[in-house]
Design a protein around this ligand. Structure first.
Ligand code: PXP
Length: 244
C-alpha cells in the first residue's frame, strides 16, 4: 500500500485578510485549528521579511498553542534562522524571497548558493528541525539539495499550475531523482481542485502544501452560509427593535 500523502495547509492568506483591517480578525491560528480539525496533517506559514501576512506572534502561537506539526517557510537570512532556532518548528522550508514579489515565484537556486545555505541547513538540522529546500524540478537543484544534507525537497509546482508543457514530466523525473538520492519529496504552489490529481499521483510523493486556493475556495464554500446567518441576525435585531 502506498503511504498517504500529507496535506499541509498554508494559512498565510487568512493573515492577509486580517491585516487588511489592522485588527485581530480573522485569526490565522483559529483557521489553523479548524483546518487541523478537518484533517490537515500540518500547518504551513511563511514569515516574510516584510511581515506582510504572518507575524512573529502568529508563528509563536502556531508553534505553542497547536498540536499539529508546524512547517515554517523562511528565507535563509540570519534573522529568520535566529527565529527558527528559537521556535524549533517541526520543519523549516527554505524558500527564496524577493521583497517585490507577490508570492514565491521560483525555486531556490541551491546549486548557485551552496555556501550561503550550508549554515542554515546545518544549524536547523542539528537543532532537530526537518529541513526542506523549495526547488524547481531541475536535476542540478535536486543534486545540490542532496549534497547540502537537506532531508526534504519541496518541488515548486508553479509552472505546472500555469499549464506549461512538459512540467508534469519534469516533476515526475525530479521526484524519481530525489527519491533515489534519499530525499523525502514534497510539492506545492498554485495547486487547486483541478490540477492536484496528477501531482498526487507522482510516485513517492509524501506531502503537499497548499494555501491560496484553499483560502479562496473557503469563500465560495462559506459565503452563502454567512449571508444567511447575517440576514437572520439582522431580522432578529430589527424585530427586537419593533415599536421602540
Ligand atoms: N509551498 C511553498 C514553499 C510556498 O512558498 C507556497 C506559497 O507560500 C506554497 C507551498 C503554497 O502555495 P499556494 O499558496 O499557491 O497554494
Amino acid at each position: 500500500m502506498t503511504a498517504a500523502i500529507r496535506l499541509g495547509v498554508n494559512i498565510d492568506h487568512v493573515a492577509t485578510v486580517r491585516n487588511a483591517r489592522g485588527g485581530a480578525y480573522p485569526d490565522p491560528v483559529e483557521a489553523a485549528r479548524l483546518a487541523v480539525q478537518a484533517g490537515a496533517d500540518g500547518i504551513t506559514a511563511h514569515l516574510r521579511e516584510d511581515r506582510r501576512h504572518i507575524r512573529d506572534a502568529d508563528l509563536r502561537r502556531l508553534r505553542h498553542d497547536l498540536s499539529a506539526p508546524l512547517n515554517m517557510e523562511m528565507a535563509a537570512t540570519d534573522e529568520m534562522l535566529a527565529i527558527a532556532l528559537d521556535l524549533l518548528p517541526h520543519a523549516c522550508c527554505i524558500v527564496p524571497e524577493r521583497r517585490e514579489e507577490l508570492t514565491t515565484e521560483g525555486g531556490l537556486d541551491v546549486a548557485g548558493h551552496e555556501a550561503a545555505l550550508a549554515v542554515p541547513v546545518r544549524k536547523l538540522a542539528a537543532a532537530g528541525v526537518r529541513v526542506s529546500l523549495f526547488v524547481d524540478p531541475a536535476p542540478a537543484q535536486i543534486e545540490a539539495a542532496a549534497r547540502m544534507g537537506a532531508q526534504v525537497v519541496e518541488l515548486h509546482t508553479g509552472a505546472y499550475a500555469e499549464g506549461r508543457a512538459g512540467e508534469l514530466e519534469r516533476l515526475q523525473a525530479a521526484a524519481r531523482q530525489a527519491l533515489a538520492l534519499g530525499l523525502e519529496v514534497h510539492a506545492g504552489h498554485g495547486l487547486t481542485y483541478e490540477n492536484v490529481g496528477p501531482v498526487a499521483a507522482i510516485a513517492g510523493l509524501r506531502e503537499l502544501n497548499i494555501g491560496h486556493f484553499l483560502i479562496g475556495q473557503a469563500i465560495f464554500d462559506g459565503l452563502a452560509a454567512v449571508v444567511v446567518e447575517m440576514k437572520r441576525r439582522i431580522a432578529l435585531g430589527a424585530a427586537a427593535g419593533l415599536g421602540a
